[in-house]
Write a protein that binds this ligand. Sequence first.
Ligand code: HEC
Ligand code: HEC
Ligand code: HEC
Ligand code: HEC
Length: 106
Amino acid sequence: MSKFWILCSSVILALSVATFVVAESQGPPEVKYTPKMGTVTFQHAAHQSYTDCATCHHTGDFAQCKSCHGVDPQAPQAKDAFHQLCKDCHKESQKGPTKCKECHIK
Ligand code: HEC
Ligand code: HEC
Ligand code: HEC
Ligand code: HEC
């Protein structure tokens, strides 16, 4: 390989690593929860345009919700936290599902 191509490929590699890091920090495009009640499919990417990150990631970092909810006795149970967060906004904005079976799909 010529020096030119080695340079080109390292630039391309650096760019794709940068893109990967940016995409990664936005979190997954979609999150699926699979409780017995029925699968909840959460469009994470779409929801990022409905409100600020901190509305949901209220601790100032992006740690998994269940690393505290269900573990830390100060934090409400995951089920209650999710229901409050998700349903309250859907009710207030009159958009998005508010009934059990609209969210929990068997
Ligand atoms: C409507 C609520 C909501 C909004 C708004 C939101 N997120 Fe999330 N995000 C979640 C949920 C729920 C998860 C799944 C994590 C879990 O269950 O622990 C998640 C996961 C993540 C993860 C992966 C965390 C991990 O360790 O698995 C990252 C990173 C992230 N979000 C970044 C962001 C960024 C950046 C924004 C703003 C541009 C944002 N989120 C906006 C709810 C939200
Ligand atoms: C580092 C620990 C931690 C993480 C991570 C965390 N929480 Fe919390 N959360 C708490 C604690 C503690 C409380 C109760 C005190 C408070 O309101 O700050 C709380 C309160 C809440 C409340 C309000 C409940 C009420 O009764 O007022 C909601 C809703 C909530 N969390 C949702 C989430 C969601 C969704 C995620 C993930 C995107 C998340 N939390 C991540 C610790 C955490
Ligand atoms: C700050 C407001 C807000 C919060 C918080 C929120 N949503 Fe939504 N959600 C919306 C809006 C607005 C829509 C409707 C989008 C449309 O109809 O174009 C929606 C739509 C949905 C839909 C229908 C499919 C879709 O994505 O369009 C599902 C399922 C959903 N939300 C699940 C959740 C879950 C699960 C949570 C909690 C982790 C959550 N939402 C938190 C605002 C919110
Ligand atoms: C806006 C979407 C949404 C609506 C509406 C909703 N849920 Fe949920 N529900 C969730 C999410 C997200 C979780 C968290 C799933 C997890 O932690 O795996 C959850 C968790 C649960 C769990 C706990 C499952 C477990 O294994 O811990 C039960 C039970 C439940 N919901 C029942 C209901 C019932 C009954 C209704 C109607 C009164 C309802 N849900 C309405 C999104 C919703």
